[in-house]
Design a protein around this ligand. Structure first.
Ligand code: SF4
Ligand code: SF4
Length: 416
């Protein structure tokens, strides 16, 4: 694609990065076929190629309008288009640049500003979010149906024995997951315990910054990255093997710290090293010598539908590890059509674009239920709580199911 960026941005680092990305697009349109918003709305302006054209127009000095902002807002940042694109266009990064530029020029209606502020400041602060949820749960019977589905009941599991294993990994205490479903981290700790590996949480770590990044708060996302780097650095230096992510959305974000802080001379080297140490739980487990089959607590087979989050399959390009582990532990995976399509959760998307998110959720649940599974498993807390709000069967994190198949708390201290 030929470009003529405006003089005001052409020579800046961001302008040069955007120019390089734009030039890599060859307009082929292959990405349209796998874009959920284009499939739903049928408007090229709500497709990856259409959004690229709109961002290009703004970068070339055209006027950013409220319409441009709306079409960019409707993007789920699912990155399905990046997986499909034969030219390797870094659409996600271009969208980030485009959204920032448009938001600098177009003032949002007050209701949107308030909603975005509330999500940014309430959800990404662990203690505040927990308090909001507690209040929401208390008022649940009085809430309208659509809001009630956003306030799920908390899911805990049995406490975990703390073992003094020599091997140790860091867990990120995910702000949403910790409040909504502490059972996920408890199950993770139990499974790793059986592998003779200790899990530690850095007291000063916090939200990974993904929510802020999605809401065009680049400075807030960078501040979150710096705080986590400071919190994890001493643990990494004292021998922690990896930073293990149980939410694929957070994993995607932490893996991008190196890029996020590339212009910060004080943090950039440590950011690159922290990103290199970040692994999804499935990645980390698949590198361990474990015979899952030999350690099944039950010999029965269970029909399982697995929903692979966009942040896992597109953001981190991880496919197959979880499915292999589930099968080894007795899952019969049911077919799920259009597994590459987003469920509509997408960070804060389900709160800011409820109609589109609802349509995507309905379509995803039809696909997941087609093979009559007994349980739906996911790898991201946002997806599982979004899907659970409409599902007739349980929706769990895959590690909870793995833990259960290994015997759960009953065999907590058994080594694999
Ligand atoms: S598939 Fe890639 S190269 Fe083709 S239009 Fe889409 S972004 Fe551009
Ligand atoms: S990130 Fe997802 S929703 Fe956005 S343009 Fe790409 S495929 Fe479409």
């Amino acid at each position: 694609m030929q470009t003529q960026l405006a003089e005001s941005i052409k020579y800046t680092p961001v302008g040069q990065e955007a120019d390089r990305i734009l030039r890599s697009c060859v307009h082929c349109g292959f990405c349209l076929a796998t874009c959920p918003t284009y499939q739903l709305l049928g408007d090229e302006l709500d497709s990856p190629r259409g959004r690229i054209y709109q961002i290009k127009a703004v970068l070339e000095g055209g006027e950013a309008t409220r319409s441009t902002q709306i079409h960019l807002d409707r993007c789920l940042t699912c990155l399905s288009c990046e997986t499909t694109c034969p030219s390797g266009v870094q659409y996600g990064r271009l969208l980030e640049i485009g959204r920032d530029l448009v938001d600098q020029q177009v003032t949002r209606p007050i209701s949107e500003r308030l909603a975005r502020f509330a999500i940014r400041e309430l959800v990404s602060r662990r203690e505040v979010f927990r308090l909001v949820l507690r209040v929401g749960r208390g008022l649940r019977p009085l809430l309208p149906r659509w809001l009630k589905s956003k306030v799920p009941m908390v899911r805990r599991s049995a406490s975990v024995s703390v073992m003094p294993h020599a091997r140790c990994v860091i867990l990120l205490k995910n702000c949403v997951q910790d409040a909504l479903c502490p059972a996920i981290d408890q199950a993770t700790a139990r499974v790793l315990n059986r592998l003779q590996v200790r899990t530690v949480v850095a007291a000063d770590s916090g939200c990974c910054g993904a929510l802020r990044a999605h809401l065009s708060d680049a400075e807030g996302a960078q501040a979150a990255a710096r705080r986590n780097i400071d919190a994890w650095w001493p643990l990494l230096k004292s021998g922690a093997e990896a930073i293990v992510m149980t939410a694929s959305g957070c994993g995607s974000q932490v893996k991008s710290y190196g890029r996020l802080l590339a212009n910060d001379t004080h943090y950039r080297d440590r950011a690159v090293q922290v990103s290199a140490k970040a692994v999804d739980l499935s990645e980390w487990l698949s590198a361990q010598p474990v015979d899952w089959r030999a350690n099944r607590a039950d010999s029965d087979t269970i029909r399982v539908a697995f929903q692979s989050p966009c942040t896992l399959q597109h953001g981190q390009q991880l496919r197959g590890d979880i499915e292999n582990t589930l099968v080894a532990l007795g899952a019969e995976l049911t077919p799920v059509a259009d597994g590459h399509l987003c469920c509509g959760s997408a960070g804060s998307y389900s709160l800011l674009q409820p109609a589109l998110a609802g349509s995507l959720k309905d379509a995803k649940l039809v696909a997941l239920m087609a093979g009559s599974p007994s349980v739906i498993l996911s790898a991201n807390v946002g997806c599982l709580s979004h899907l659970q709000s409409g599902a007739a069967i349980p929706v769990h994190h895959w590690i909870e199911w793995v833990d259960q198949r290994l015997g759960g708390a009953v065999r907590d201290s058994d080594a694999l």
